[in-house]
Design a protein. Structure first.
Length: 138
């Protein structure tokens, strides 16, 4: 399973590294240390926390702390985030990504999900154009 540094988790959650560090220090999200002593967050734990944070209105915006300025995007922009759910059918699949306060859902083939190795806790980028959401494994 993929793990994320505090800085990577902060970027995916749309908050500053200081905010992510304070949340980890407060026990809001579990961390462990690697061989080099860096604090890491397991992908599944980060995915669960990102959904919880979005539901509570945390992250960027009101109640989310002193975050960076929001980015300005058009409909064709990329939303880097973390996979929070994957539903596989016989042929089709549904993938959910939490990108900061944004929850994006993409319908794609099961084969594409398997080729990209998409599973809960994996970093991915949702690319939105019109009504289509494309997913890149990052």
């Amino acid at each position: 399973m993929q793990s994320y540094t505090i800085g990577q988790a902060a970027r995916l959650l749309g908050v500053s590294p200081d905010t992510a560090r304070r949340w980890a220090d407060a026990g809001r999200v579990a961390t462990h240390r690697d061989e080099g002593g860096r604090r890491l967050i397991e992908g599944r734990a980060l995915a669960e926390f990102s959904v919880e944070l979005a539901r509570a209105g945390g992250g960027t915006g009101p109640g989310g702390g002193e975050e960076e300025d929001p980015s300005y995007t058009s409909a064709r922009n990329a939303f880097p985030g973390i996979v929070t759910a994957v539903t596989l059918g016989d042929v089709a699949a549904q993938v959910e990504i939490q990108a900061g306060p944004h929850r994006l859902v993409s319908l794609l083939t099961r084969e594409a999900v398997e080729e990209l190795g998409l599973e809960v806790g994996v970093e991915a980028t949702a690319r939105v154009k019109s009504t289509s959401v494309h997913i890149d494994r990052t």
